[in-house]
Write a protein that binds this ligand. Structure first.
Ligand code: ADP
Ligand code: ZN
Length: 603
């Protein structure tokens, strides 16, 4: 184990292992299998990289993310680690050289896409190679219960049969109990030790509001809190990603769309710009993001409701991987629920599957509507207990005001009942507000006893009432009737005056106070920080690499704090290992010493 710690310090430049990293590495070094659940940014990669370096032979990393392999490999090469990748984007000649290198035992890590791995040719090649381990990244892709199912992953159980003596480590950032069980079963990992790290991401501030005017809300947020920061904006439809990106550009931000309908080369270009330039906003559908390893994403904004808590957690998890403060910001509305339900009901999935999806959507909606701590609810969903209130979500920072909605709810439910449970919220609200429009007249609804009985609330407030009644299952959305609302078994006590409901007061555009920021924001000497960043940028441009591959922001911040004066001191800074010291030590030390001299010299 001394060896592992030495590798961590010398190669990666980190002082100590985090949480379970050490136990996991020991397990693999002992030749056993492992299933690792760790939140995004938790440090999964080291768990297989270090054993792959220490065990004889090459570690094979199976990852579905072809577009990212090159970045992962160049980051490793920067650290002086022998790594390569094999996928369909490589020219034949390069692929052949890599394969030869593999046979000659010249590399510690080989990244490979599942479809490539499973070709008979590749399997035969591996059979002639000394293998240190198999790492199966994004292991939840094997689960049909999970949300990123990939057929190729199902065939990975072959590895167990063909290479019984090679240890396997499966890793994922999201997996509730069912997904976990499915991963173990499908990958033949019944004997594997399971390592579960907490799902909590304390540096992410969760904020969910109702949609009022989506563009204004987003712009207000970006302008008041996120000037110049990089982030991801998620939208439900391809078209919306393009219009929002175009509009953000008009507002003076650099925003790029990303969705499966764009050409591969354009997607790749946009992704590269997001990774390499500073302050770029990607406006994307869920097609974007799996495995994106950009540490300084400061916000993830959802313009529409995700379809499950798993998806929400994974998407928001892309913020703040460097451990500094970041936001998960979201707006949603009643129409999202209806739209997602429609998509769900119209899909070809079987009835069981639809039942699961419905349950997941309802849980997501529940998370939006709660009046208690969001983080607590999120962690509970993943089966994790958490301390009282987190202090870093909107409901903790600004307790939600509630009002007695019993009378309003009763009016709404009886309006549903009297109009025959055949209409959507929009029409029901028109009835309650007493609007004599065409549709109302067509169905003679101005004659209903509920016509015009809801004038004490406005349209916005009624939408809020209906949304919350759905979220709490007093009403259900009937998809055979294209989004019409029906009563449930919970409606009756409320209608008969035997139950009360308290509803949350919806937001008007306001913002909660910020929690204190950490690291780069705390640096006193921002001038030095800027100088170090400029130097990093120069090197990044020269080498055609993203800046954070040279050093993370947090590493630069620590340099400013500690002001290392020689190589030994620089090596103490987290994120500086021997290879990086050798490559960049001198130049960064020079920036620091000349800055200090300039500060103390004559004016
Ligand atoms: P994951 O794959 O779990 O999302 P990564 O493996 O990419 O996370 O690690 C996230 C970040 O944390 C990376 O920048 C990594 O270098 C850093 N990191 C991992 N382990 C340690 C450690 N023991 N000490 C300091 N930083 C670490
Ligand atoms: Zn909270």
């Amino acid at each position: 184990m001394d060896q592992a710690l030495k590798t961590l310090q010398d190669k990666f430049g980190y002082r100590e292992f985090r949480d379970a990293q050490q136990d996991i590495i020991e397990e693999i070094l002992a030749g056993n299998d492992a299933l690792v659940l760790m939140p995004t940014g938790g440090g999964k990669s080291l768990c297989y990289q270090i054993p792959a370096m220490l065990r004889p032979g090459t570690g094979i990393i199976i990852s579905p993310l072809i577009a990212l392999m090159q970045d992962q490999v160049s980051a490793l090469l920067q650290l002086g680690i022998r790594a390569a990748y094999l996928n369909s984007t490589l020219p034949v000649q390069t692929a052949q050289e890599t394969e030869q290198g593999l046979l000659n035992n010249e590399m510690d890590l080989l990244y490979i896409a599942p479809e490539r791995l499973l070709q008979e040719r590749t399997l035969a090649l591996l059979q002639r190679t000394q293998l240190a381990l198999f790492a199966i990244d994004e292991a939840h892709c094997v689960s049909q219960w999970g949300h990123d199912f990939r057929k190729d992953y199902l065939a990975l159980d072959q590895l167990h049969q063909r290479f019984p003596s090679v240890p396997r480590i499966a890793l994922t950032a999201t997996a509730d109990e069912r997904t976990r069980a499915e991963i173990r079963q499908r990958l033949g990992l019944m004997q594997a030790k399971v390592f579960i790290s907490g799902f909590n991401r304390p540096n992410i501030q969760y904020r969910i509001s109702t949609r009022l005017q989506e563009r204004r809300q987003l712009l207000h947020y970006l302008e008041t809190e996120r000037q110049g920061d990089a982030g991801i904006v998620y939208c439900l439809s391809r078209k919306k990603t393009e219009t929002i990106a175009g509009w953000l550009n008009e507002q003076g931000r650099t925003a790029l769309p990303y969705h499966a309908g764009l050409s591969a080369s354009m997607r790749n270009r946009h992704q590269q710009r997001f990774l390499q330039e500073e302050g770029v906003i990607i406006v994307a559908t869920i097609a974007f993001g799996m495995g994106i390893d950009k540490p300084d994403v400061r916000f993830v904004a959802h313009m529409d409701l995700p379809k499950s808590i798993e998806a929400y957690y994974q998407e928001t998890g892309r913020a703040g991987r460097d451990g500094e403060e970041a936001d998960a910001w979201m707006i949603y509305g009643l129409e999202d629920v209806v739209k997602l339900r429609l998509m769900l009901e119209q899909s070809d999935a079987d009835e069981d599957h639809k039942w699961i999806e419905r349950y997941k959507l309802e849980s997501m909606l529940g998370l939006c509507e709660i009046t208690s701590c969001r983080r607590q609810a999120l962690l509970q969903y993943f089966g994790e207990e958490s301390p009282a209130s987190c202090g870093n979500c909107d409901t903790c920072l600004r307790p939600v005001a509630t009002w007695d909605g019993t009378t309003a709810a009763r009016k709404a439910l009886s309006c549903v009942y009297r109009s025959g449970q055949r209409f959507g919220a929009r029409h029901l609200i028109d009835i309650l507000l007493g609007k004599e429009n065409e549709k109302v007249k067509k169905f003679n609804h101005q004659r209903l006893s509920t016509f015009g009985i809801g004038e004490e609330l406005d349209m916005q407030q009624w939408r809020s009432v209906f949304r919350q009644l759905i979220a709490r299952r007093f009403l259900t959305v009937d998809m055979k009737g294209y989004g019409s609302l029906r009563l449930t078994d919970r409606s009756k006590p409320l209608l008969q005056g035997e139950a009360q409901v308290f509803l949350r007061e919806d937001d008007r555009i306001k913002k909660p106070p910020r929690k204190q920021r950490i690291t780069t924001e705390q640096v006193d000497d921002t001038e030095l920080l800027e100088k170090l960043k400029a130097r990093r940028k120069q090197i990044a441009v020269e080498q055609g690499l993203p800046p954070y591959v040279i050093f993370h922001d947090s590493t630069l911040a620590e340099m400013v704090q500690q002001l290392p004066g020689n190589p030994e001191q620089l090596l103490q800074v987290s994120g500086v290992g021997l290879t990086k010291l050798e490559q960049y030590g001198e130049t960064f030390l020079a920036v620091i010493s000349s800055h200090i001299r300039a500060g103390t010299g004559p004016e």
